[in-house]
Design a protein around this ligand. Structure first.
Ligand code: SF4
Length: 385
């Protein structure tokens, strides 16, 4: 990757300024492109902590579904985790994920909130990934340390929630739509308090025809951002049929034609590229890039972020990575694991960089699902942003 490198004190000055800047379409601290050019190698600027593998739901699309459990054991302490994260002095962001990070008040009190307080004390931008279906007070007990509250929202109508949320549950509750009503009420209550709620929709055969309806619902509830991804074909989601690239392109156009201009639309793991030999893909990429209040985020997984389990200390490229652990923080530092990952053949295969497109290459699951035979190292952007 051709970059100009800044001196160490200038690097820390710039990272500090990035932590302070307001989050918005012009400044997304989770986007790995933010720090391109500051160091000879990609910087580890983000840690995501899996705080639990327990969850009150069993959603059809859950990319960590095979790991969900009712009981779990903690093999490492938070102090061990803090000590390792303390060693990383290039962090901008810190995310908490699960399972459901608010699965119990005990989990919130003993793990989720202390981790967020630690991150905030370091001045990091924080995100919590949650289903937001539990009592509001539980979320209010940690929300002051959260910059982005990230939820999944794939529900054009309540019946879809009932179908999706209990797809892998042993039993459906008597009123399977009740938790959607609570989620909606929680979104509205937290948005009214000024919380940045970002709702993610996965583009599937169920959501694609109604993506505009889902978007309108998300906007009405008060979400600031709508995050759009293709399905991650991992764990439970591996059993679902992937939408084709043509179907995804149709969904993207439908959404943008009917979107609420006040809501920031963030495309993550976007499967269309400026280097595509297909002109319609390049044209779609340019169209998305030209839309106001709309961004394509470079994929953080393995580009500026590692995931760590607060239960075991295992470090992964992403929380749903099927690759297995890259290492364990009981044995080595994040930096050592990061350097080994960057030097791996796998990272080398799809970590490309085209400055004119501000693109750092595709997500690994997108590669495996849609472009298994492409040699990304031979591609170059054919259009610019
Ligand atoms: S960085 Fe990679 S994926 Fe992005 S436009 Fe260039 S070659 Fe294509």
């Amino acid at each position: 990757m051709a970059v100009s490198v800044v001196a160490q004190d200038e690097l820390y000055r710039r990272l500090a300024a990035m932590r302070e800047e307001a989050i918005g379409p012009d400044h997304d601290p989770w986007d790995p492109y933010l720090t391109v050019g500051l160091a000879p190698r990609p910087l580890l600027t983000s840690i995501e902590v899996t705080v639990t593998n327990t969850c009150n739901l069993r959603c059809e699309h859950c990319a960590v579904g095979d790991q969900l459990t009712d009981d779990e054991e903690r093999l490492i302490t938070l102090e061990e985790l803090y000590a390792r994260i303390d060693e990383v002095d290039t962090l901008l962001t810190f995310s908490v994920t699960g399972g459901e990070p608010a699965a119990s008040q005990k989990l919130v009190d003993e793990v989720t909130r202390p981790l967020l307080q630690y991150a905030k004390a370091r001045g990091l931008r924080t995100q919590v990934n949650t289903n937001l279906t539990l009592p509001l007070e539980r979320y209010e007990s940690f929300i002051e340390w959260v910059d982005v509250l990230h939820i999944s929202y794939n529900y054009p109508e309540p019946a879809e929630f009932a179908r999706i949320a209990y797809a892998h549950a042993l039993h459906q509750p008597k009123d399977p739509e009740a938790l959607l009503r609570r989620m909606d009420a929680n979104i509205q209550a937290l948005a009214a308090q000024g919380v940045f709620v970002s709702a993610e929709t996965l583009l599937t055969h169920a959501t694609l025809p109604k993506i505009d309806v889902i978007h309108a619902r998300i906007a009405d509830l008060g979400c600031v951002r709508h995050e759009i991804h293709p399905l991650y074909p991992s764990d439970f989601a591996r059993h679902m049929q992937l939408a084709s690239l043509d179907e995804l392109a149709g969904g993207v156009r439908r959404l943008l034609a009917r979107r609420d201009p006040r809501v920031w639309i963030l495309f993550g793991t976007f499967p269309f590229f400026a280097c595509s030999p297909d002109p319609s893909h390049r044209e779609l990429w340019q169209y998305v890039m030209s839309q106001p209040n709309t961004t394509i985020r470079n994929d953080p997984d393995g580009r500026n972020r590692l995931n760590v389990s607060s239960l075991t200390g295992d470090v992964l490229v992403a929380d749903f990575a099927d690759l297995g652990p890259l290492g364990n923080i009981r044995e080595e530092s994040f930096t050592t694991i990061w350097e080994r990952w960057l030097a791996s053949d796998l990272a080398g295969r799809y970590h490309c960089h085209c400055p004119q497109a501000r693109c750092l290459g595709p997500n690994l699951l997108v590669v495996e699902s849609y472009y298994p035979d492409v040699d990304w190292k031979t591609r170059r952007a054919l259009v610019s942003a």
